[in-house]
Ligand binder design. Structure first.
Ligand code: SF4
Length: 303
């Protein structure tokens, strides 16, 4: 198995340099596309409700990700607290919107990474990492000294700033972004973000430039590359044909795409029709046909 990129950078001393550069973006904060300018190191939270104090909700082996991510032994999943988006149907809302989690330092986060590897994790899977990018890279530089060797997965909403992503080049092995909407209008009403599609598509193009198509080892476990996720919403609020067409036109038919059907009305969706009902099997089947008609050769659809 090829060595994860962060180990190569660490040997050259570049991982700590990247952590320092990212830490300089924390105050005024310009880590994510909001560029809200919060003075986080002085204790002021940004639009993502995050100060400089890292918070982590949970760390565990997760078996429900795509097969190259979960494998047989599980993905070493670290759920980070808060989020840069405000999706009213978020299934992780206690973590993303209500701030559930415990405060942690970089040393402790590094310990958690190494502990997950010792439990057999195929990778370290950082869920909603964007606003904690600087803290994560700092922790990674410590974990690399302590023997971390598994690939790093960046499991993100897709709402990422390209300048920040460039500082992750060679550090992240597998990008696992959502592309949630096919236009900016629904992203504004459902996730409170007026430029989601235009920003996420640029970000995903940058991710693809960095890591390319998904590569797996002899056991089918991902070592490098891009997987784009898209969850179909009721009444096509997700703009699924537009999402899939953009992927096909800009990333090609060989890119790995996960078309997900697990929508259910969580958080504020229960009082927000038409999101107050689960996705019907007919609605999902329609979008699955779109997926196949566009000629995607790699990825996952659900029955
Ligand atoms: S990461 Fe948070 S604090 Fe930083 S720019 Fe984005 S919303 Fe603002």
């Amino acid at each position: 198995m090829p060595e994860p990129g962060y180990l190569t950078l660490h040997r050259r001393g570049e991982l700590i340099e990247r952590a320092e550069k990212l830490e300089r973006l924390l105050s005024p904060c310009r880590l994510c596309p909001w560029e809200c300018g919060a003075e986080r190191t002085s204790g002021h939270p940004g639009r993502c409700r995050s100060t400089n104090q890292l918070k982590v909700s949970s760390t565990n082996l997760h078996f429900g990700e795509e097969p190259p991510i979960s494998g047989q032994r599980g993905s070493g999943t670290i759920f980070l607290t808060n989020c840069t988006l405000r999706c009213l149907f978020c299934q992780n809302y206690p973590i993303s919107q209500m701030g559930n989690g415990v405060e942690m330092g970089a040393q402790e986060l590094a310990d958690e990474m190494v502990a997950l590897q010792k439990k057999g994790a195929h990778n370290i899977n950082l869920v909603t990492p964007t606003h904690w990018t600087a803290h994560i890279v700092r922790a990674l530089s410590i974990a690399a000294d302590r023997g971390l060797t598994v690939p790093l997965v960046w499991n993100t909403s897709g709402y990422e700033r390209v300048e920040t992503l460039r500082l992750l080049e060679g550090i992240v092995d597998i990008y696992l972004p959502d592309l949630k909407y096919g236009d900016d209008a629904n992203a504004l009403s459902l996730s409170g973000c007026e430029n989601y599609f235009s920003t996420a598509t640029v970000a995903i193009s940058e991710m693809f430039r960095q890591v390319g198509l998904l590569e797996v080892d002899s056991e089918g476990i991902g070592v490098k590359g891009l997987i784009v996720r898209h969850m179909v919403l009721p009444q096509n609020l997700s703009g699924t044909p537009g999402v899939l067409s953009w992927i096909r036109e800009n990333l090609g038919s060989e890119v790995s795409v996960a078309l997900m059907n697990q929508y259910f009305p969580a958080w504020k969706a229960a009082s927000s029709p038409p999101l107050d009902k689960p996705l019907s099997s007919e609605e999902y089947a329609l979008q699955r046909e779109t997926f196949f008609s566009l000629g995607f050769n790699n990825g996952w659809v659900q029955e």
